[in-house]
Design a protein around this ligand. Structure first.
Ligand SMILES: [Zn+2]
Length: 625
């Protein structure tokens, strides 16, 4: 692909000389070219200054730069420099083989970011590329994402969200980054549409890279599986055998991830972190399907990255933290650090399948292993929807009820009804009385309802009743808000929306029994008293994870227009409040050993009667109306 074209006459003498100087040898190696020509901009790079290839990047760059193979696929983790490789390929193509280049990225914002954060700085900091970018308008259009270059090359950065725009262009070189974040639109598959724009070029080049997301839907994994499936193998310093370093080969003593080392899968010897640079330097790519010739595919994990923040003990500590954070964080670790897809059935769950798993349990039929109840409340204008979850000492939680408190939530009576429900006591099979030990109430309503929630929860903090707000992004499961604008007695707590909803959707979609018929402690149990609509609502959203330049973005979207999800939200709040420090402090083992309450001694004041309103079944009945 990289063959020199005649220099156009409008070039100045010095440009002509420069192009001659960079005239490529018969077979140009892009990796060598990059070291001779690329200077990384200061500040944004871990290694600014003259570009040096990581050992595993040399072959990848050469494959991108060579006329053959036509397809190059990169299944990439973070911290190994793949996006940089694409930028270098653009620079080399502009300089050595001027042609029409297309860079396809997931959304418009990404297109602008690539232009300003990656391409423009690289052309400025590399002496060989400096001055090649022609400023000014291109075809009367926005120049930020459309560039022209001295020598005749052009670059168009296009968003996969608007594939219609692709139809006007032809590309000889097509680079696609973060393809797992691209969606099929009503106009079709943007990758296929983009690839069609290269068909007039016999020597076209198509490079696709992405952090993998989820198994079965990952486009980059599918592309890798169609390729010659290269793996990077490094030699064991003890037995000299080559192997691909995988996460299961990293081990550490219990509770001491800072002492993580690798173990050779061939001889079993321990390999210290300090031996890594030499092993990686001596590594080599091996195709698992050598019979595929026109499509090279590379997969890599961060374990062979030589950056200080990718040391094995650092990665082990990240893993321990991600494991504590639940499935949402573990998925990010698996995708970004291990470069692997995440197995989940989260988006395959249907209301019908879940409804087939009901058990004869409920607030009047509490299973004997349940020793704690939590509630989550979603406040609507004309009702409060409450989910009650029961928790054992260890094992699967149970959704015991979903009740609806009808009434205008600006009126006191509705809140009195809600309070009465929260004070209800039920009979535990062991003879003692059980009540709700922690309640999270969403404060996100409108027209003064936020204040109502603050007022209600503020004076009931001693009963572990909390005003909450659910916020996206990476954050601890449960935190107290710094301060809130209104409310004298109010305290607001922040729930980690993405992590909690992911954990709840994983619980909902988990198989209740394993292959041997043992109950799965990570599968939610559900009551047969729950109304049909509950199953529709808790399965009413789909979850998507995207990586935007190594930052995870988790999105939840309704399965269809008008889909209600109050039941899912209430369940998430009931799950979240279980993680509040005061609820976590409750001694569940002591409760499991609890005996029936002794009869009240004569003369002592009688305990106040527990308020009881309609049975949960009747509350649930209202839910269906
Ligand atoms: Zn060995």
């Amino acid at each position: 692909m990289l063959t020199l074209r005649p220099v156009e006459p409008r070039l100045t003498d010095w440009r002509e000389r420069m192009f001659r100087r960079f005239e490529p040898p018969a077979s140009l190696k892009l990796a060598e070219w990059a070291e001779a020509n690329i200077v990384l901009p200061a500040g944004q790079n871990a290694r600014s200054g003259t570009f040096r290839n990581w050992p595993y990047m040399r072959e990848i760059l050469d494959a991108i730069g060579a006329p053959s193979p036509r397809y190059v696929t990169l299944m990439k983790p973070s911290r190994v420099g793949f996006t940089k490789a694409l930028m270098i390929a653009i620079g080399a193509t502009v300089m050595i083989d001027p042609c029409a280049i297309g860079l396809l990225v997931p959304v418009d914002d990404d297109a602008r970011d690539y232009a300003t954060d990656e391409i423009e700085p690289l052309f400025e900091s590399s002496p060989g590329l400096r001055g090649l970018m022609i400023s000014g308008r291109v075809e009367g259009r926005n120049t930020l994402t459309r560039k022209r270059f001295v020598g005749g090359a052009s670059l168009k950065i296009l968003s996969a969200r608007a594939p219609r725009n692709l139809r006007r262009h032809d590309f000889k070189a097509l680079y696609c980054d973060e393809i797992d974040a691209m969606e099929i639109t009503s106009e079709g598959d943007p990758l296929l549409i983009a690839e069609k724009r290269t068909l007039t070029h016999g020597d076209r080049k198509i490079v696709r890279g992405s952090t993998p997301t989820e198994e079965d839907v990952s486009l980059i994994e599918r592309a890798y599986n169609e390729s010659d499936m290269r793996i990077y193998e490094i030699p064991c310093p003890h037995c000299q055998e080559f192997f691909e370093l995988l996460w299961e080969m990293i081990q550490w003593p219990d509770g001491a991830p800072d002492q993580a080392t690798a173990f050779c899968p061939k001889c079993g010897c321990e390999i210290e972190e300090r031996l890594k640079p030499r092993m990686v330097e001596e590594g080599r790519w091996r195709p698992q399907r050598p019979e595929i010739v026109d499509h090279r595919g590379y997969r890599l994990n961060t374990l062979v990255s030589l950056l200080p923040n990718a040391a094995w003990p650092t990665l082990a500590e990240e893993y321990v933290k991600a494991k504590r954070g639940g499935p949402a964080e573990l998925q990010v670790f698996t995708n970004l650090t291990l470069g692997k897809t995440w197995k989940t059935s989260i988006n395959r769950l249907s209301a019908e399948v879940l409804a087939g798993r009901v058990e004869p349990i409920g607030l009047e039929r509490i299973p004997e292993e349940i020793v704690l109840l939590t509630a989550g409340a979603d406040v609507q204008d004309d009702r409060i929807e409450v989910c009650v979850v029961g928790w054992p000492v260890a094992g699967a939680p149970c959704v015991l009820a979903h009740v609806i408190i009808d009434g205008n939530t600006l009126e006191e009576q509705t809140w009195r009804d809600f309070d009465a429900f929260l004070m209800t006591r039920w009979r535990h099979p062991h003879g003692w009385e059980i009540k709700i030990d922690g309640t999270a109430i969403d404060s996100g309503g409108h027209e003064g309802r936020t204040q109502k929630v603050y007022d209600f929860a503020g004076v009931r903090l001693h009963r572990r009743i909390y005003a909450i707000r659910s916020v996206g992004g990476a954050r601890p499961i449960w935190t107290r808000a710094q301060r809130i604008k209104s409310g004298k007695t109010a305290r607001l707590f922040i729930l980690a929306h993405d992590q909690i909803k992911t954990a709840v959707m994983e619980l909902l979609s988990a198989e209740p029994f394993d292959v041997e018929g043992h109950p799965n402690p990570h599968a939610l149990r559900v009551s047969d008293e729950l109304p049909a609509q509950w199953f529709d609502q808790v399965t009413g959203e789909v979850r998507r994870v995207k990586y935007v330049r190594n930052r995870p973005v988790i999105e939840f979207a309704p399965k269809r227009r008008g889909q209600q999800v109050e039941a899912l939200d209430a369940l998430c709040y009931a799950w979240g409040v279980r993680q509040s420090p005061a609820v976590k402090a409750i001694d569940l083992r002591a409760r499991a050993a609890r005996q029936p309450a002794p009869p009240t001694p004569p003369g002592a004041p009688a305990p106040p009667p527990a308020p009881r309103r309609g049975s949960p079944a009747s509350w649930a009945q209202k839910f269906n109306e």
